[in-house]
Design a binder for this molecule. Structure first.
Ligand code: KG4
Ligand code: ZN
Length: 366
């Protein structure tokens, strides 16, 4: 529908420069420039390298997205940007770019939450989100269970990891096994040829007295690393495929069990899974199986929409416009630890076209 809001979204919270364009819940463009190769030799994302890469990729990626969508910047109804959480310097590049475009074009600016965006992106694949939706967000930086009665204004944390994120555990185990970075995709691939029951690795925080919705992957990581060390010390060959499969099983077993339990406890019949780890084939299969048995409808976007991208930010921005949420001020600042409950950073006063032009240029860089 032509009267649905046309929004451009910018995402720079980690190592992906993402620019997406959506109309309502329809994806028009999803341009991503990743600096992942530049971080590979360090075994993790280096913030300074990420910031510089964002700076270089920003304008070309915006232009690529506009071209892909076949729209003109003048036609946009708003510019959305990840205001946090994420790497401070990296966020700053996206926020500065979004402010500049919003100011130059006279369009409202929406500073939105990265985690809420990971949930909202599913609208582009499966249509409007049921309310409430339970979300399992699993990436290199986060592992959270979130209850979302209203993705634009009400997202409640149910549980989160108390140490490593799920993706971080994949990356660390891959490093111990000399499989390179990022570790998730290669472990996923090798695990397909391994036996998930070969080694009984621990399931963190799964005791009767443990918090029901929190996660812990640090003990698992240590157990796997010790197991590999012991094998190596004894001169035996490490059965990489079995280790990958058994480790992966321990992670996805806990993730799916707790997510299904949260849905049942809260009487929520929809579960969405997002974040980079949602690309994991075993997680998707086990979630499907367990949700099916529990009568829960599972929604998992395609892998490209699960990892960081601009479309997810545009999707949440469009929802903000559609629901008449207040825009952000042009002195919006990036907040590296923006709480998940703050779905967006509204301005002190509602934007209208005139107000945008009244703002002094100095504010752009504050
Ligand atoms: O969402 P994302 O692209 O960036 C962050 O916000 O962190 O997630 C990246 C994480 C990495 O830790 C990567 O190893 C993991 O997602 N990942 C996977 C898979 N694909 C990516 N983990 C398990 N299985 C996969 N297939
Ligand atoms: Zn993310």
């Amino acid at each position: 529908m032509a009267d649905e809001p046309l929004v451009l979204g910018i995402e720079t919270s980690c190592d992906e420069t993402g620019v997406g364009i959506v109309r309502g819940t329809t994806l028009l463009a999803d341009a991503v420039a990743s600096s992942v190769d530049e971080h590979a030799r360090f075994g993790g994302v280096v913030p300074e390298i990420a910031s510089r890469a964002h700076l270089e990729a920003m304008v070309p990626t915006i232009e690529r997205a506009l071209k892909e969508a076949g729209v003109s910047a003048r036609d946009l109804d708003g510019i959305a940007v990840t205001a946090g959480p994420g790497l401070a310097g990296a966020l700053l590049v996206g926020v500065s770019a979004a402010k500049s475009y919003a100011y130059a074009l006279g369009k409202p600016l929406y500073g939105v939450n990265h985690l809420a965006s990971h949930i909202c992106v599913d609208q582009l694949e499966h249509g409007p989100l049921p309310e409430p939706t339970m979300a399992l967000l699993v990436s290199g930086g986060h592992s959270s269970l979130l209850l979302a009665p209203d993705i634009t204004a009400d997202v409640r944390p149910m549980g989160a990891t108390i140490d490593d994120a799920a993706g971080e555990a994949f990356d660390k185990i891959a490093r111990v096994l000399d499989l390179g970075f990022p570790g998730g995709p290669v472990i996923d691939r090798l695990a397909k040829e391994g036996d998930p029951a070969a080694i009984a690795f621990p399931r963190g925080l799964s005791g009767a007295k443990d918090p029901a919705y929190d996660f812990s992957f640090s003990g698992l990581k240590t157990a796997v690393a010790r197991w590999i060390e012991a094998k190596r010390a004894s001169g035996e060959e490490v059965p990489v495929r079995d280790v990958a499969a058994s480790f992966q099983e321990a992670v996805v077993d806990v993730l799916t069990r707790k997510a299904v339990r949260a849905c049942k406890d809260q009487g929520v019949d929809h579960l969405m899974i997002g974040g980079g780890v949602a690309a994991n084939s075993r997680l998707r299969a086990l979630a499907e199986e367990r949700c099916g048995r529990a009568g829960i409808r599972l929604r998992v976007p395609r892998p490209k929409l699960c990892t960081d991208n601009g479309a997810m930010v545009a999707a949440l921005g469009a929802e903000m416009v559609a629901r008449n949420r207040p825009a952000s001020d042009l002195d919006l600042s990036a907040d590296s630890s923006l709480p998940v409950t703050e779905t967006h950073v509204p301005g002190r006063h509602r934007h209208d076209h005139d107000h945008v032009h009244e703002v002094s240029k100095d504010n752009l860089y504050s």
